[in-house]
Design a protein around this ligand. Structure first.
Ligand code: RB5
Length: 145
């Protein structure tokens, strides 16, 4: 029996539509999803959503998080303000693999105005399917905190 992975999703208005696509992708693949909002494309402030996802990951309510805004920059900065959370802004699948393998990132940040839906889903799959390599990377990741 495979363990069910819970993914917390959060976005501002710029990332709302992509978040909905990510949610559909994940639920179709039997991931459990916690949708931290936002729930429409009415303008909102991204720091709240970045922090909310980061807190879900830190508390263990979710094993992974995905945050989305227009560029992915603001909401990744917001998520990274929670000590212990490593959010990686990825624009391709190689970055997503390395973010997991070398940086043990628990949160993926995406820019909805930067990557298309197809690429975003491929980035997400790479992120979720890659394990932390440990070894020499353990002490480096520990030094971040
Ligand atoms: C909102 O217009 C935009 O500034 C936001 O989604 C994000 O790109 C900020 O980093």
């Amino acid at each position: 029996m495979n363990e069910v992975i819970t993914v917390a999703l959060g976005a501002d208005h710029g990332g709302f539509a992509l978040k909905e696509e990510l949610k559909r992708y994940l639920t179709e693949r039997f991931f459990q999803v916690i949708d931290c909002g936002t729930h429409s494309d009415d303008p909102v402030d991204y720091p709240y959503y970045g922090k909310k996802v980061a807190e879900h990951v830190l508390s263990g309510q979710a094993q992974k998080g995905v945050v989305v805004c227009g560029t992915g920059i603001g909401i990744s900065i917001a998520a990274n303000r929670t000590p212990g959370v490593r959010a990686a802004l990825c624009t391709d699948s190689y970055m997503a693999r390395m973010a997991r393998a070398h940086n043990d990132a628990q949160v993926l940040a995406l820019g909805a105005r930067v990557v298309g839906t197809g690429l975003a889903l491929d980035i997400l799959a790479s992120f979720l399917n890659t394990e932390f390599e440990k070894g020499r990377h353990v002490q480096r990741v520990a030094q971040l905190d």
